[in-house]
Design a protein around this ligand. Structure first.
Ligand SMILES: NC(=O)c1ccc[n+]([C@@H]2O[C@H](COP(=O)([O-])OP(=O)(O)OC[C@H]3O[C@@H](n4cnc5c(N)ncnc54)[C@H](OP(=O)(O)O)[C@@H]3O)[C@@H](O)[C@H]2O)c1
Length: 240
């Protein structure tokens, strides 16, 4: 049984990931910036017999909120096996780097990059107390430089270049941090749910949240401790 924290777990892919990981017998803390939304998500799981779950307030752009969440976890369990940095935003209607306001671009990076980094920094002391610590960062194929440079690239992606580049920055973070923490045996990897119907894309995604959660769950429970600095998707790897 692993103790797992998922940010942005009150809905979408994060919620489904929490559900599946709890069904596998892990204890899951559902992170939510609005605690009442997190509590409603937990109530939904408890209503179907999943009791190994708890809501925890965490706003990834607010250092005080992250520190409070860490203190709560420290008092309750004193360790953390898996941190799933899932919280993310796509930004305004205009998501192109060429025309988005700097304020909007900074907001997207604040959540998708700095949010992940500061959550990870604060949670590291708890992860270091685990015998098998793992950090799972939720990225997107839109971030892949090799896919963006391929002749078969998705022409639609250029409309989401603010979001895409924030996730490219996240990819860099994953690789750099994986190398930094390699000797401490802390795994750091990326995963994408794939194009999934959630609020993030006005439910236009082609996968269900249940399907989108699967590769995240697989990475969170991976037993091969040599895997670090990689980027996974359902049934394969994504090129950086
Ligand atoms: N859906 C896709 O097609 C797709 C594809 C590739 C990657 N992803 C990635 O998958 C992850 C989950 O997205 P999703 O599709 O499930 O979207 P979603 O349904 O919109 O869920 C996003 C979650 O992140 C939370 N969140 C946003 N900003 C936050 C902040 N500053 N602090 C804490 N929580 C915050 C949201 O909380 P609120 O409810 O309070 O807003 C919500 O719980 C994201 O990282 C996304 O980039 C999604």
């Amino acid at each position: 049984m692993k103790h797992i924290l998922i940010t942005g777990a009150n809905k979408g892919v994060g919620f489904e990931t929490a559900k599946q990981l709890a069904q596998l017998g892990n204890f899951v803390f559902l992170g939510s910036r609005d605690l009442s939304a997190g509590q409603r998500a937990v109530d939904q799981l408890k209503a179907i017999g999943i009791t190994n779950v708890e809501a925890i307030q965490i706003e990834v752009t607010d250092p005080d909120s992250i520190k409070e969440a860490k203190a709560t976890l420290d008092a309750k369990i004193g360790t953390l096996d898996v941190l799933i940095n899932n919280a993310g935003i796509s930004g305004d209607a205009h998501q192109q780097l060429s025309e988005s306001s700097m304020e909007s671009i900074r907001q997207v990076f604040e959540t998708n990059f700095f949010g992940v980094l500061q959550t990870t920094q604060v949670m590291l002391p708890l992860l270091r107390k685990s015998s098998a610590p793992s950090i799972v960062n939720v990225s997107s194929e839109i971030s892949s430089l090799s896919m963006n440079m391929s002749e078969n690239r998705n022409s639609n992606w250029k409309h989401y270049s603010t979001y895409g580049s924030s996730k490219t920055a996240l990819n860099g973070l994953t690789v750099m941090l994986a190398n930094e923490l390699r000797e401490e045996n802390i795994m750091v990897n990326n995963v994408t749910p794939g194009y999934t119907a959630t609020d993030l894309n006005q439910f236009k995604g082609l996968k269900t949240p249940e399907e989108g959660a699967k590769p995240i769950v697989a990475l969170a429970i991976l037993t091969d401790r040599t895997v670090t600095g990689k980027f996974f998707k359902d049934g394969g790897v994504v090129g950086w």
